[in-house]
Design a protein around this ligand. Structure first.
Ligand code: BGC
Length: 739
C-alpha cells in the first residue's frame, strides 16, 4: 500500500463504511449501531437516529436488560444480534455502551447498564462473547468517563486515578480482558484535560499495555480532534464518520516531514485490516433473520428484566377480572430511547394489543406531545378505572425528556402522567402502575397504589412481556441495577454534575457512586440497588467460606443455600457483597463481587457457589499504581439486595503486596510502630515522655490521649521529649527504619 492509501484507510469511506484497499481486492465493510438492535441506514445517514434504517428487532435497552442480572441472557442476546449482523452484512455492531450511571440525569442512562462496574463488566463481557461468536465485531463504548450528555463533545471529566480505576474503567477492563472486543470506541469528552481521542494513557498504556487489547480504536462519530497525528500516536486508529481528507493529509505530511514514524501508521492500518479481514473471511451473507422468533426473544428478555417494585398482593392479576388500562403508553408504548440506538422496529406489541382477548377497557388519560394535564382525558380515565375491578396505569417519561444528546432536567414524570396516577388511585383502590422510562423517577404517589411494575424501555415486545408479568405467566425476577434515590438532591454527583464555566465536571464524590454512597451515608432511598420482588419468596441459609484465613493470592470459595419458600416457581438473583468494616482506607461499606441467577421450584433448595480472588478484596492504590489488598478482616455478605443482607461470614485476608514505606521526620508514631525497630525505639521514647509520666502519676492517659500520641509526627515526639531524647536520635532512627 502507498503512504496515501494507508492514511486514507485511517478514516471512513463514508458515514458507515470503512475504507479498504479495494485495489488489492479487499472490499469495504459496513458498521452500524447498536447496542439494542441494528440501525443499518441504507440511505441518508446520521448519528442521532433521525433518518430511516432497515427494519430490525428492537430489544430492551441496556438499563432494562441489566436488571436481569443474567449472564446467559446477555450472551444469547449477543448471539442473536451477531446473527442478524451476518444477515445484514455488518462487520461491527457499535455497542455495548457501558458507561457508569453517575447521575440519574444522564440522558443516555437508558443505554448504559448500571451504577456498578462489576455488574456492568460481567454483563458486557457476555454480550460481546455472544456477538463475536458469530464472527461479528463489537465496539465497546464510550471509552471513557462519559457519564453525561450535557456538553458531551467538550466536557472535561476530572476524575482522580483511584475513582477512574475502581468505578469508570473497571467495567471496560473486565470486558476487554474477558471477551477481547474487536474494537473500542473512544468517547467525545476530555478526561483530566485530554480528549479521549488524544489520550495515549487511556488508549495505549492502559487499554493495550495493561489489559492486552489488540483490536482497533475507533473515534465516536466526530470525536477526532483537530490534531489527527496526535490522535493516531495516542492509539486512536480509525476516524469516523466518513472521509476526512484534511486529516488524512496531516498523516501523510507527518510521515513525509519526519514528525511521525511511518510505523505508527502501519500499526493502525494493520489493526484495522486484521479486524476487517476477520469479518470478511467469515462472512455468511446467506444468513436469514427470523423476525418473529427474534420478537419472541425480545419478549423473553423483557420479561426476565422488568422489575416488580411494589406488590401488596394485588398482583398477579386474574384473567377473569375486569381490568381498565389507562394511559396512552398502554396503546403507544415507550419501548426504546432516542439517538443513535434508535431502531426501526420490525413490529411493536402494545399492552392493549396483547390484551385484546381479555376483559380490558381503555382510556388514554394524557397526550404524549404535552406535559400539561387534560381534565377531560383524566375524567374519562377515572370513569374507566371506576368501572373495572382493577386499574393498570401506564405512565413514564417521554422521548422529549430523555434521549441521547441532552440530559434530563429532573426525576419527575410529566405533570399529566403524575396527575393521571393520582386521580385514578383516588377513584380505584386497586391500582397498579406500569412505568416506562429509561432511568429512575420519583414516585410521590407510591403509597397510594397497590403495585408498581417497572418496565423500563422494554423493546418492541414490551406489551406482551408486561402482560406475562402482570398475569404471572412469568414470575418477575428483575432486580434494579441502579439505586432509585428519594430525591435528585440525594445523588452524590448532584452538586457538581453540570460542571463549571470551563466545562470541567469534577467527579468529586470519588468512588462513592450509587449504592456505594447511599449505603455509606446510611441514606434512605426509594428503592435500593439490587432490589426487586417476586411472586414467591426465598430464604437464604448456611453461608460458608472454605477458609477463614487466606493470603490475597489464594481464592475463596463461598457457598450459600437458597430455598424457594413460596408456592410458585421463581428465579432469584443471589448477590454477593464484600466489605471491610475496619478498613483504614476510605472505602464503600460493601461492593458487589458476585451474583448468580437461579431458578427454583416451590420448596426446592440449591447451593450457590462463588469464587472470590484478589480483586474482590482490593482497592486501587495510587502510590504503587496497582490493586492492593489491605490486611484484615473482610465480611462476605449474601444478599437479596444491597440493603437486604441475608447471611454473612468473615475471612481474614493477608496482603502479599510489600509496600516499602519511606520514613521521614513527618512519619507518625503509629506508622513507625508498624516496624519492629521503630516499635522498640519509639516505645522507649514514649515511655520517657512527659505524657507517659502523667499516666504514671495516675492522671490517666485515656484512649483520646493515646490517639494523640500515636498521631504525633516523629519530629514532634523528639521536641516534646526534651532532654530525654539524645541529639541525633531521630536521624539514627530514620536510618535504621529506612535501611
Ligand atoms: C454516539 C455513538 C454512536 C455513533 C454513531 C454517536 O453520536 O455517541 O454511540 O455509535 O454516534 O451513530
Amino acid at each position: 500500500m502507498t503512504l496515501e492509501e494507508k492514511a486514507a484507510l485511517c478514516s471512513g469511506k463514508d458515514f458507515w463504511h470503512l475504507e479498504t484497499p479495494e485495489r488489492l481486492g479487499i472490499p469495504s465493510v459496513m458498521v452500524s449501531d447498536g447496542p439494542c438492535g441494528i440501525r443499518k441506514q441504507a440511505d441518508a445517514a446520521d448519528h442521532l437516529g433521525l433518518n430511516a434504517s432497515v427494519p430490525a428487532t428492537s430489544y430492551p435497552t441496556g438499563s432494562c436488560m441489566a436488571c436481569s442480572f443474567d449472564r446467559d441472557l446477555f450472551r444469547e442476546s449477543g448471539e442473536t444480534l451477531g446473527h442478524a449482523c451476518q444477515a445484514e452484512e455488518l462487520a461491527v455492531l457499535l455497542g455495548p455502551a457501558v458507561n457508569i450511571k453517575r447521575s440519574p440525569l444522564c440522558g443516555r442512562n437508558f443505554e448504559y447498564l448500571s451504577e456498578d462496574p462489576y455488574l456492568t463488566g460481567e454483563l458486557a463481557k457476555n454480550y460481546i462473547n455472544g456477538v463475536q461468536s458469530q464472527n461479528i465485531g463489537v465496539s465497546l463504548k464510550h471509552y471513557a468517563a462519559n457519564s453525561q450528555e450535557y456538553n458531551r463533545m467538550s466536557s472535561d471529566s476530572v476524575v482522580d486515578e483511584r475513582t477512574l480505576r475502581e468505578i469508570y474503567l473497571a467495567g471496560f477492563e473486565t470486558a476487554v480482558k474477558g471477551s477481547k472486543p474487536w474494537t473500542i470506541m473512544c468517547s467525545y469528552n476530555r478526561i483530566n484535560g485530554t480528549f479521549a481521542a488524544e489520550n495515549k494513557r487511556l488508549l495505549t498504556d492502559i487499554l493495550r499495555d495493561e489489559w492486552g487489547f489488540d483490536g482497533y480504536v475507533v473515534s465516536d462519530w466526530g470525536a477526532t480532534t483537530a490534531d489527527r497525528v496526535k490522535c493516531l500516536e495516542a492509539g486512536m486508529d480509525l476516524e469516523m464518520p466518513g472521509k476526512n481528507a484534511a486529516n488524512d493529509k496531516q498523516l501523510v505530511e507527518a510521515v513525509k516531514n519526519g514528525t511521525m514514524d511511518e510505523s505508527v501508521l502501519d500499526t493502525a492500518v494493520e489493526r484495522i485490516l486484521s479486524v476487517t479481514l476477520k469479518y470478511l473471511d467469515n462472512r455468511k451473507p446467506e444468513t436469514v433473520i427470523d423476525f418473529e422468533a427474534d420478537h419472541e426473544k425480545a419478549r423473553k428478555i423483557a420479561a426476565e428484566s422488568m422489575v416488580l417494585l411494589k406488590n401488596d398482593g394485588i398482583l398477579p392479576l386474574k384473567r377473569e377480572q375486569k381490568i381498565a388500562f389507562v394511559g396512552k403508553f398502554a396503546e403507544a408504548p415507550r419501548f426504546q430511547g432516542g439517538g443513535s440506538s434508535h431502531v426501526n422496529s420490525y413490529k411493536v406489541t402494545s399492552a392493549l394489543e396483547a390484551a385484546k382477548d381479555l376483559r380490558v377497557t381503555y382510556a388514554p388519560g394524557y397526550a404524549i406531545e404535552t406535559a400539561e394535564p387534560d381534565d377531560a382525558m383524566i375524567a374519562e380515565a377515572v370513569e374507566t378505572a371506576k368501572n373495572a375491578d382493577v386499574a393498570v396505569v401506564f405512565v413514564g417519561i417521554t422521548d422529549a425528556m430523555e434521549s441521547e444528546g441532552f440530559d434530563r432536567k429532573s426525576l419527575s414524570m410529566p405533570k399529566n402522567h403524575e396527575a393521571l396516577v393520582e386521580a385514578v388511585a383516588k377513584a380505584q383502590k386497586n391500582t397498579v402502575v406500569v412505568v416506562m422510562c429509561g432511568g429512575c423517577i420519583t414516585m410521590p404517589w407510591l403509597d397510594d397504589v397497590r403495585g408498581v411494575l417497572y418496565a423500563y424501555l422494554g423493546g418492541e415486545a414490551v406489551g406482551a412481556a408486561t402482560l406475562d408479568l402482570l398475569f404471572g405467566d412469568v414470575n418477575p425476577s428483575g432486580k434494579l441495577a441502579e439505586t432509585f434515590p428519594r430525591r435528585l438532591e440525594d445523588n452524590p454527583s448532584y452538586l457538581y454534575y453540570f460542571g463549571d464555566e470551563q466545562n470541567k465536571t469534577e467527579y468529586r464524590e470519588g468512588v462513592f457512586v450509587g449504592y456505594r454512597y447511599y449505603d455509606k451515608k446510611n441514606l434512605d432511598v426509594l428503592f435500593p440497588f439490587g432490589y426487586g420482588l417476586s411472586y414467591t419468596t426465598f430464604e437464604y441459609s448456611d453461608l460458608t467460606v472454605d477458609k477463614t484465613a487466606m493470603q490475597d493470592t489464594d481464592t475463596l470459595t463461598v457457598s450459600v443455600k437458597v430455598k424457594n419458600t413460596g408456592a410458585v416457581k421463581g428465579k432469584e438473583v443471589v448477590q454477593l457483597y464484600v466489605g471491610m468494616p475496619k478498613s483504614r482506607t476510605i472505602r464503600p461499606d460493601k461492593e458487589l463481587r458476585g451474583f448468580e441467577k437461579i431458578e427454583l421450584e416451590p420448596g426446592e433448595e440449591k447451593t450457590v457457589s462463588f469464587t472470590l480472588s484478589k480483586r474482590a478484596f482490593a482497592y486501587y492504590r495510587t502510590d504503587i499504581s496497582d490493586w492492593c489488598v489491605e490486611s484484615g478482616e473482610y465480611v462476605i455478605m449474601a444478599a437479596k439486595s444491597s440493603r437486604d443482607i441475608a447471611c454473612t461470614a468473615t475471612v481474614q485476608v493477608e496482603s502479599t503486596t510489600a509496600i516499602k514505606r519511606v520514613y521521614t521526620m513527618n512519619s507518625t508514631v503509629e506508622e513507625i510502630m508498624e516496624s519492629p525497630v521503630g516499635r522498640e525505639i519509639v516505645g522507649k521514647m514514649m515511655a520517657a515522655s512527659p505524657l507517659a509520666q502523667m499516666d504514671d502519676d495516675g492522671l490517666g492517659m485515656g484512649e483520646g490521649m493515646e490517639r494523640m500520641m500515636m498521631e504525633m509526627p516523629l519530629r514532634a515526639l523528639i521536641s516534646f521529649g526534651g532532654d530525654s531524647v539524645p541529639e541525633g536520635m531521630g536521624e539514627m532512627l530514620l536510618q535504621q527504619l529506612n535501611a
